[in-house]
Design a protein around this ligand. Structure first.
Ligand SMILES: [Zn+2]
Ligand SMILES: [Zn+2]
Length: 280
């Protein structure tokens, strides 16, 4: 009984529909799959519909983008009340910031002589209500032959050491945790190993994280062990997720669905925490 607790769909920058993700999860023999789009919940309903048809569990989730000392910190939220009006209003605000960031990054690319426009990037979005994100920009870079893979796109231009990386003012990780908790969700720090800032990790545990995503395709064995141990030390959950985004030009960005999994026991614990939060 396994679960993949981190997947993206066309509701943000994934390539597959929410229904696709659910089907693939079923095919990989998973018991449950979380839909965790960037600052978006518009894929959840479709995923739940498909899940009912084929007999698998969908965990309504989100991955909230926040910023700390100029770098992106992502907070996963599980069992959120994705129809909560106040929560949806908040997401709307976050999406405005996202849109501005995309424009800034495209400008930065143009300034270093790369021929790319916002319209080209927007054309890569597959759903009317979807969020535009960095992988959409990467897709244009690949199409134009400027880079060969998404990974190269992030290394050279879009990632935190990339030439076109910008990060306008966004909410703090603490605010991200608050937004998730207010919507009845359980906050878990996504891919702690990529921040190289364990002071922040420990601070956020103190602030109320319920778990660390110890197992992620961008973590090596050593960091998986390290964050599992840290989670154990603080008595919080160690979670796992593939961070599935689909594959472009046959190259998988992060891992396939089921590429990183955790025991269904962890899902039960997340559910218990959400229940306690929503009834307290
Ligand atoms: Zn992330
Ligand atoms: Zn993600």
């Amino acid at each position: 009984m396994l679960a993949d607790l981190h997947t993206h769909t066309t509701a943000s920058d994934g390539l597959n529909t929410p229904a696709d993700n659910v089907r693939m999860a079923k095919e990989s023999g998973l018991q449950a799959i979380a839909i965790t789009d960037h600052d978006a919940v518009s894929g959840i309903e479709e995923a739940i519909e498909m899940a009912k048809q084929i007999g698998i569990e969908v965990i309504p989730g989100i991955e909230v983008s926040t910023i700390e000392k100029g770098q992106d910190i992502h907070i996963l939220g599980y069992f959120i009340r994705y129809q909560d009006q106040e929560f949806l209003q908040k997401l709307d605000e976050l999406q405005h910031v996202r849109a501005r960031r995309n424009e800034m990054m495209i400008h930065a690319l143009q300034n270093i002589g790369i021929d790319i426009t916002l319209a080209e990037v927007k054309a890569k979005v597959r759903r009317k209500d979807a969020n535009v994100g960095r992988p959409h920009i990467g897709e244009v870079l690949i199409e134009k032959g400027i880079v060969h893979t998404m990974e190269e796109g992030f290394d050279r231009y879009l990632g935190k050491n990339g030439k076109a990386y910008v990060n306008p003012k966004r909410i703090s990780p603490e605010e991200g945790i608050d937004i998730i908790k207010k919507a009845g969700g359980v906050p878990v720090l996504a891919h702690p190993g990529i921040y190289h800032d364990d002071e922040v990790v420990v601070r956020l545990i103190g602030y109320g994280l319920a778990g660390l995503e110890a197992y992620h395709p961008d973590h090596d064995n050593e960091s998986e062990r390290k964050y599992k141990k840290l989670a154990d030390e603080y008595g919080i959950l160690a979670t796992a997720g593939s961070d599935f985004h689909g594959s472009r030009n046959e190259v998988m960005f992060h891992a396939p669905i089921g590429g990183k999994t955790v025991s269904y026991e962890v899902v039960k614990q997340l559910k218990r925490l959400a229940f306690n939060m929503q009834t307290s």
